[in-house]
Design a protein around this ligand. Structure first.
Ligand SMILES: [Zn+2]
Length: 84
């Protein structure tokens, strides 16, 4: 099974040690950040830091699954990847 890519830890909203993962927006292929504990989405890395929250029904986001390592690097988020 594909490993999810961790980009923030712990989750700034719920404090989950599970952390925040890179996920794909089916609508335009962009990556968003997602915490599966509190079901929160962030559109950008800045949004995570500035505590800008979207819920899972955000009109601009359609679930496209977790992003792969290659997709995260291609999107320019490689520097945010947190190794286990
Ligand atoms: Zn959370």
């Amino acid at each position: 099974m594909q490993k999810s890519i961790l980009i923030a830890h712990p989750c700034p909203r719920c404090g989950s040690e599970g952390g925040v993962y890179a996920v794909k927006n089916k609508k335009d292929g962009a990556l968003w950040a997602y915490c599966d504990e509190c079901d929160t989405l962030w559109e950008t890395i800045d949004d995570i830091q500035n505590e800008v929250y979207f819920n899972n029904r955000s009109a601009e986001f359609e679930w496209g699954g977790y992003a792969t390592l290659e997709e995260v690097k291609e999107f320019g988020w490689g520097k945010y990847i947190i190794e286990d």
